[in-house]
Design a protein. Structure first.
Lengths: 260, 282
């Protein structure tokens, strides 16, 4: 399916304006972004910078007000299994066990029961939840829930994984652990990942490229390539230089720009 | 990803109930539940026993009548041994009307909750019809369905229909929007979401509706069986009233109470099973 010269995701001058109660809010203005297959890209910015909006356009949950959102060169018409979403609040089905949550996609797409069972078993093991396969979501910790959410998307053969601040609700130790696991998973599978975060360190630790966004209206401000070798050492001088530079840029967005 | 410290540190998911504690708790609850009924029977006994002109028969007389109704051999009148026929007739109407109400209210509730056009079409009509009491439908039911079991069936249906419908609509409308997004990005879209998302997510509310509906079906059964049917607990109560056989009236009331209680308990057990996933049930 994949012509290597075509980017897996291509956002062309994507704008999004919401109208609610007669008030227009410009959430995103003319965002241009191409993502190659296998890339790990982080959208970084303060709240209101349109990073989640851009992600939701890529997912197909929102249609652009103007511009084009393309996958493999074809317009994204709606949500679909090729672009799996991992939500900050998990979005697991509370009435299904871990195993059945992970098998939900293949089952909904009409795979035979035996195959669904095999797939579910495989991905339960991939995220290390074998002993919790029959547990319900309310019996799991936040980190375990997020593992299920990731496994559920992978079990459905997603080519692109869209992650909306997936580790934002987790405690620091669990977050670091899941970041490591995610990088490990990504390097083994060749997935394409688009990851929204407001944490600079998280973006530098994870991304091949960081898309810096700024609010009022939301737009893409700058692109940074992260050249540091993996697994990245958060205490290295190079890491810290990049962090300082991005922090300065991010904080300049908070400076008074009322005139803008 | 691998099994982590975090996963290992947590205990097995299913909480183990404390068996001995539960049993003691159960006995205590049973004892407490008996206090008020025992007191009421005692007052009943004190105020009625030994008074030949009392309009209300004493407990012993009612108890004897209940045995006669069940197996006969005490009074040997027209009522002797007829309890099971009447109970069966009422049960078939209660469950028949209830099943019909559930069959109509569930799909309707799912559609009203989820499809704006159908909501706009049906919701106003149903909201206007809902406050009309079942008793007010009695004369019209007898014109529409004639004297007899069909009217009773219809009234039970009406009594059970609204609680099931209202709770189903509520359950459907309170499904977290996130779950629809999750289903959609996993490849489950359109009408398939009814079965895979809407129905299971709304199930706790639907169950509340079914419980209330079944309760109402028992409430309505006496009215329903005033429509000139020959059998049924409501019919026997009406007939006994006309003959001033108050002990039979009380027996009928007691049997309805117990039957309603048992059927509610059965629904609760079913609910526990189906809603084991919900932290608020099971």
């Amino acid at each position: 399916m994949a012509d290597p010269t075509i980017p897996i995701l291509d956002m062309r001058a994507v704008s999004k304006t919401y109208t609610a109660g007669g008030r227009r809010t410009e959430a995103l203005r003319e965002a241009n972004l191409t993502i190659a297959r296998g890339e790990f890209v982080c959208l970084l910015g303060a709240s209101g910078c349109g990073k989640s909006t851009l992600l939701r356009v890529a997912a197909g949950f929102e249609a652009p007000s103007s511009g084009q959102a393309l996958m493999w060169g074809k317009p994204i018409a709606g949500p679909g299994p090729s672009r799996g979403m991992v939500f900050q609040d998990y979005g697991l089905f509370p009435w299904l066990t871990v195993r059945d949550n992970i098998g939900f996609g293949p089952k909904a797409r009409g795979r035979p029961a035996a195959e669904v069972r095999d797939i579910a078993e495989r991905y339960v093991a991939l995220v290390g939840l074998q002993s919790f396969a029959d547990a319900y979501p309310h019996q799991l910790s936040g980190g375990m829930k997020q593992r299920v959410a990731i496994a559920r998307v992978l079990a459905n053969e997603a080519e692109v994984v869209l992650m909306d601040e997936p580790f934002g609700a987790l405690d620091a130790m669990t977050r670091e652990r899941l970041q490591d696991e995610l990088i490990d998973l990504w390097s083994r599978t060749g997935l394409t990942i688009l990851f929204v975060t407001h944490a600079i360190e998280e973006a530098i630790f994870l991304a091949d490229r960081i898309v810096m966004m700024s609010p009022g209206p939301g737009r893409i401000e700058a692109l940074h390539t992260v050249d540091l070798p993996r697994r990245r050492d958060v205490s290295s001088p190079a890491f810290n230089d990049l962090r300082r530079m991005l922090a300065a840029q991010l904080h300049s967005h908070h400076a008074p720009r009322a005139a803008a | 990803m691998s099994t982590g410290v975090e996963a290992g540190a947590l205990p097995a998911p299913a909480p183990v109930p404390r068996r001995a504690g539960l049993r003691l708790d159960g006995l205590r609850r049973l004892a407490l539940a008996c206090v008020v009924p025992a007191a009421l029977v005692a007052i009943w006994q004190l105020t009625t026993a030994g008074r030949p002109y009392s309009l209300i028969p004493p407990p012993a007389e009612v108890w004897a009548e209940l045995q006669d109704l069940a197996v006969g051999g005490i009074n040997d009148d027209a009522f002797s041994g007829t309890l099971w026929t009447h109970l069966a007739a009422s049960l078939s109407r209660v469950y028949g009307g209830f099943a019909l109400a559930a069959a109509a209210a569930l799909p309707l509730g799912l559609l009203i909750g989820r499809v704006p056009l159908i909501r706009a079409l049906l919701d106003p009509v149903l909201q206007v019809l809902r406050p009309v009491p079942v008793t007010a439908w009695l004369p019209l039911a007898m014109i529409l369905f004639g004297l007899g079991p069909r009217s009773a069936f219809f009234l039970v249906f009406l009594g059970a229909f609204y609680p099931i419908l209202v709770n189903t609509v509520f359950g459907v409308r309170s499904v977290e929007p996130r779950l629809f997004e999750a289903a959609a990005m996993l490849g489950c879209t359109g009408p398939a979401q009814f079965l895979r998302v809407v129905l299971p997510a709304a199930l706790p509310s639907i169950f509340t509706g079914l419980r209330l509906g079944l309760g109402f079906a028992w409430v309505v059964i006496v009215v329903g069986e005033m429509t000139g049917v020959q059998t049924g607990l409501g019919a026997i109560i009406m007939e006994a009233r006309q003959l001033s056989r108050t002990e039979i009236v009380i027996c009928g009331m007691a049997v309805i109470g117990v039957a309603g209680f048992v059927s509610d308990w059965l629904v609760m057990q079913l609910g526990r099973r189906l809603l084991a996933w919900s932290p608020n049930h099971g």
